[in-house]
Design a protein around this ligand. Structure first.
Ligand SMILES: [Zn+2]
Length: 291
């Protein structure tokens, strides 16, 4: 059976991207897996630290138990998303025990997010996790640049942010980072933003992000590894297609399916209805958004 690293690298070479669906509520997992399998597609199932701290996915172990229950190995793999060295509330996180636990639980790839550190700090933190992951035979994703949106408080006006290129992943830094860390996949900032998650903001419609595709092309060339697009919900389709053609080989999708779940649950109070909404949304994403 191919490793997740091989699958993502093959996607990069073919100009395709693997979606990674975030699971902030455990009942979302079954309909996502079912949609991926019904469409004969392939996806990663993923959970970020903030989804067990600020939402209801419980813990890496709880997510893994649910994954085992719904697992369809031909169609889905499990990935550990953002374990931040400095979290969205600016607090330090002891990352290595979390990563070790996930590896022991059987996660098939992991992410370390040192993007709030300076370059040298991010490189050092990432290297330590790359070593652990590679010793276990799995891939490690890292992040360089500022993919904003998870912080509390409003985002600066999007168009200003995009025009200034502030926080975009620097090309020379990316070259050095990929070389010195040996990370397998790199999450880059090219105009993409995470969906807001704070209480007052999380139900709002996400900004329709644009992407700097020329900048992405330079990053792909400088690093030579599969690049990852976080904040994959609500990106204009032509930008998404352009990004996938230029080296984005994994796209994280969180807001689209989370809001489908929460909205349906609010409307009827029934988890089964919320699961059906997630199923329909996931089918749409695979068929029409990535299409
Ligand atoms: Zn992310």
């Amino acid at each position: 059976m191919k490793t997740t690293a091989e699958i993502v690298e093959n996607a990069r070479r073919a100009g395709l991207a693997i979606p990674a669906f975030n699971i902030p509520y455990l009942p979302m997992m079954a309909p996502v897996v079912q949609a991926v399998a019904d469409l004969d597609s392939f996806a990663l199932i993923t959970v970020a630290r903030l989804e067990w701290i600020k939402f209801e996915s419980g813990s890496p172990a709880a997510v893994m138990a649910e994954f085992r229950r719904c697992e369809k190995p031909d169609f889905v793999r499990i990935h550990l998303d953002h374990v931040p060295v400095i979290d969205e509330d600016d607090l330090p996180v002891d990352t290595l025990p979390i990563i070790r636990e996930a590896i022991d639980l059987g996660y098939q790839s992991v992410m370390i997010d040192g993007s709030r550190l300076d370059l040298a700090g991010n490189i050092a933190a990432t290297r330590a996790v790359v070593e652990l992951a590679h010793a276990a035979g799995i891939a490690c994703e890292a992040e360089l640049g500022a993919v904003l949106g998870h912080e509390s408080g409003p985002l600066p006006p999007y168009e200003e942010l995009f025009a200034s290129g502030k926080g975009f992943t620097d090309v020379a830094d990316a070259r050095r980072f990929a070389h010195e860390t040996g990370c397998d996949w790199l999450s880059v900032a090219i105009g993409n933003v995470h969906g807001a998650i704070s209480a007052g903001m999380k139900d709002r419609k996400k900004v329709e992000a644009r992407l700097d595709l020329d900048h992405l092309e330079r990053l792909a060339e400088a690093t030579g590894i599969p690049l990852v697009l976080h904040g994959g919900s609500g990106i204009k389709q032509e930008y998404l297609a352009g990004a996938v053609a230029r080296g984005i080989a994994k796209v994280n999708i969180a807001t689209e399916i989370r809001q489908a779940y929460e909205g349906a649950l609010r409307a009827s109070g029934k988890i089964a209805d919320a699961q059906q909404a997630v199923y329909v949304r996931t089918c749409w994403l695979i068929r029409d958004y990535f299409g």
